[in-house]
Design a protein around this ligand. Structure first.
Ligand SMILES: [Zn+2]
Length: 401
């Protein structure tokens, strides 16, 4: 019989910390106050070391007895803009049946994505400390920055620090199922360069907009035939934005930029997609002598709230963890037979930072409270009882894996 530890914190304590986090606005690049609150919560919970790295990620550490696997619990501190949401930073406790859900919930932007999980992870450590239990392996809880931007700059920075761990648990909403992965999300820019002229005399120029007609038509055809697999379904692409320069009513544009979002099944490589896009571009350009173009990964640089310059490379890495791996079987068994969760093996439709850890060869899966359908929506909330269950799972996992 395994020695199973069960959480001794209450649902109300986790809800209270979630609400406190929700009440601190923390858009990507503006997570400073949230990081300070996260750091204080970890210190209060009894973490042995709590630090903030150069990128602004908060890293809490618990030393294990050295007999078991090391686990990194991962959640992000930033959130998407509130948009049309009413009282987005209230952190109010609501009856979620008004949103077609069930039970008491914490309402607000970031509640499900991803502050509730961060609170549940911190309180899982508080629970161990209160019970005087030393986990068999080292544990980390990380609140990372800038997950909501593309390119996972916060988590990439974390891994450049050679943080040693055997397993990463991503706390993005899974409705208490085990998520084994997701498709990649990659942003491409198709750049078309022509020659500007007065619109009264278009023959003097080469209109950079014109090849776009052929390109869009071909993209729609390509989208219906992209590689698929049994787990994630089809790869997809979507033309999302067009900009032209100079963008004046009476000027033939000399520059056109088309942004494309590509979601690929894990075995469909980004390089192959880039090659297909290049083929479409070249075919269109062949019809317009004098116009040139290129396909490239969207890229921009920005700064974290600490001032560190980071690269937003335009991609979130897809991954898939084999459910036959022993640790996944054990985690599933813990969820089903010990924590009594209504648990299934699942996947995310959206992308997460999980692919960063997978790309470093670290075993990665997701489990978090919250429903995917409420993330980034004006109805964002998270069920308190489910947060308690997730926290209990996090608290038990070190002894079970
Ligand atoms: Zn998220």
């Amino acid at each position: 019989m395994k020695d199973i530890f069960c959480s001794v914190v209450s649902a109300d304590e986790i809800a209270e910390l979630t609400a406190k986090f929700v009440q601190i606005p923390s858009l990507s690049g503006e997570e400073d106050k949230m990081a300070a609150s996260c750091q204080a919560a970890m210190q209060k919970a009894g973490f042995e070391e709590v630090g903030i790295d150069e990128a602004g990620n908060v890293i809490g550490f618990i030393k294990g007895s050295g007999e078991g696997r090391s686990i990194l619990y991962h959640a992000h501190m930033d959130h998407v803009p509130p948009g049309e949401m009413k009282n987005p930073f209230s952190g109010n406790i609501i009856d979620s049946s008004i949103y077609g859900s069930y039970g008491k919930a914490v309402y607000g932007r970031g509640a499900a994505d991803n502050k509730g999980s961060l609170a549940a992870m911190i309180m899982a450590i508080a629970s161990m400390k209160r019970a005087g239990r030393v986990p068999p392996g080292d544990l980390y809880v990380t609140g990372v920055v800038m997950e909501e931007l593309t390119g996972s700059p916060g988590s990439r920075h974390l891994m450049t620090k050679q943080l040693q761990t055997d397993l990463v648990v991503i706390g993005e909403p899974t409705n208490l199922n085990i998520a084994l992965g997701h498709r990649s999300s990659v942003h491409f820019d198709v750049i078309i360069r022509g020659v500007s002229a007065h619109a009264s005399n278009p023959g003097k120029g080469c209109n950079a907009l014109y090849p776009l007609g052929l390109i869009l038509k071909e993209l729609a055809v390509l989208n219906s035939g992209l590689p698929a697999d049994d787990i994630f379904g089809s790869s997809t692409l979507a033309a999302c934005n067009v900009s032209v320069s100079p963008g004046q009513r009476s000027v033939v544009p000399d520059l056109c930029s088309l942004s494309i979002n590509f979601r690929g099944v894990p075995q469909f490589r980004v390089e192959e997609m880039e090659k297909l896009l290049n083929g479409i571009l070249q075919k269109a350009l062949d019809c317009y002598p004098g116009i040139k173009g290129e396909v490239k990964l969207a890229s921009e640089r920005t700064n974290t709230y600490t001032g560190l310059e980071v690269d937003l490379t335009g991609s979130m890495i897809g991954f898939y963890t084999d459910p036959q791996i022993n640790e996944i079987k054990k985690a599933f068994d813990l969820g089903k037979n010990v924590c009594r969760l209504d648990i299934e093996l699942d996947k995310w439709n959206f992308a997460t930072d999980g692919g960063v850890f997978d790309s470093y060869g670290v075993l990665t899966f997701g489990l978090g409270a919250g429903e995917e359908r409420f993330t980034h929506s004006a109805l964002e909330h998270i069920n308190i009882e489910d947060l308690h269950k997730a926290s209990n799972f996090y608290a038990c996992l070190p002894w079970y894996i």
